[in-house]
Write a protein that binds this ligand. Structure first.
Ligand code: RAM
Length: 340
């Protein structure tokens, strides 16, 4: 993992930054008293999931007087974020927060950024297996809980029997792949022996492709009993497909989605329910971590703790992962309580 000394030697604010004379540079991203500049790079533009996340990031950045900007690539392809990273490094950002579209394709660009003193925090998705190439990560909730609860939720709905498929985001999406890995792990429990995962398809977090893939699944597997869509774009598309096909009784759809996009389907019974977390809170925790890391007030190492404003204390865990919050489950009864 990145060490403090590496950051100190790479700290661009120490080189020729006139303000470093006033307070002395910290061993982290910025000199004392300097405004922290944060940029966030979501997976892709046009995905409403990232709006509350960005709002939470901005709120916490404002609490410190930090500068905040967000720049998204057009698509969630594995390499689409590379030019955005390079541009932002050139513009002189202090902290780069990114929801990576690949666990490894961005590593050279992120290494280069860190070599120039930029702190790199992944949020929402991570550099799974290449964690040494970022400083810390913020996960919305425990990824194991996501995988295991999706299988259990579907299992209960189909009496733990029958074929099911997964409609995911992109083939490389680190967060979906991590959750799917935990789903496969969960399926090893004899309790789920009657459930067969027959297909995994990818809608690329694009509404149209997600729709086409969901339709194709229903055609290809006429006896499908369940569909798990661990992506907010995918589940919204799949809900419309199941509704149009009038298959809500046969195909139980579960997954992760925004209450604002799913309300209608939950209320009309197409969707038994859905889960997520608060993207706003995850963004809020992320900017608190970003600023405090940049100012050297918290160290990127397991066991470190920091205060995430009004949300209270959070801990840096193994592999420098911070868990921002807890899962939320939306049902007919409570979905109107959620405004995102
Ligand atoms: C989509 C994205 C995002 C994921 C949510 C659940 O919006 O893939 O990364 O966290 O779904």
């Amino acid at each position: 993992m990145l060490t403090v000394s590496m950051l100190a030697t790479g700290c661009k604010r120490e080189e020729g930054d006139e303000s470093s004379a006033t307070g002395g540079a910290t061993s982290r991203g910025v000199a004392d008293g300097k405004t922290v500049r944060i940029v966030y790079i979501p997976k892709n533009a046009g995905n409403p999931y990232f709006a509350p996340f960005i709002a939470g990031m901005k709120k916490a950045a404002d609490e410190y007087g930090a500068e905040f900007a967000d720049v998204a690539p057009a698509t969630a392809d594995a390499t689409s974020q590379i030019p955005v990273i390079k541009d932002q490094v050139q513009l002189g950002v202090d902290v780069l927060v990114i929801s990576p579209n690949s666990p490894d394709a961005l590593v050279p660009a992120l290494d280069e950024a860190r070599g120039k003193g930029v702190l790199v925090i992944t949020a929402d998705s991570d550099l799974t297996g290449s964690e040494d190439h970022r400083d810390a990560a913020v996960f919305p909730v425990d990824p194991k809980d996501v995988g295991f609860s999706q299988i259990e939720t579907l299992g209960k709905l189909i009496d733990y029997k029958g074929k099911f498929a997964i409609l995911s985001a992109t083939t490389d999406a680190p967060n979906q792949n991590l959750w799917i890995g935990h789903m496969k792990e969960a399926l090893k429990d004899p309790k789920y022996a009657g459930m067969q995962l027959v297909d995994i398809v990818y809608g690329d977090d694009q509404p149209q492709k997600s729709t086409t893939e969901a339709e194709a699944l229903l055609t290809k597997h006429p006896d499908l009993r369940g569909l798990i869509a661990p992506t907010s774009v995918g589940i919204a598309a799949a809900a419309a497909v199941v509704e149009n096909a009038k298959k809500a009784d046969q195909v139980k759809l579960v997954g992760l989605g925004l209450p604002s996009e799913l309300r209608r389907y939950v209320l009309n019974g197409t969707l038994p329910g859905a889960a997520l977390w608060s993207p706003y809170d995850m963004g809020y925790v992320t900017s608190h971590l970003a600023v405090q890391l940049a100012q050297g007030k918290v160290k990127a190492q397991p066991g470190a703790t920091f205060t995430a404003g009004t949300l209270g204390e959070r801990e840096v865990g193994a592999k420098n992962v911070v868990i921002a919050g807890k899962p939320l489950v939306f049902t007919k009864e409570n979905i109107d309580d959620f405004k995102f």
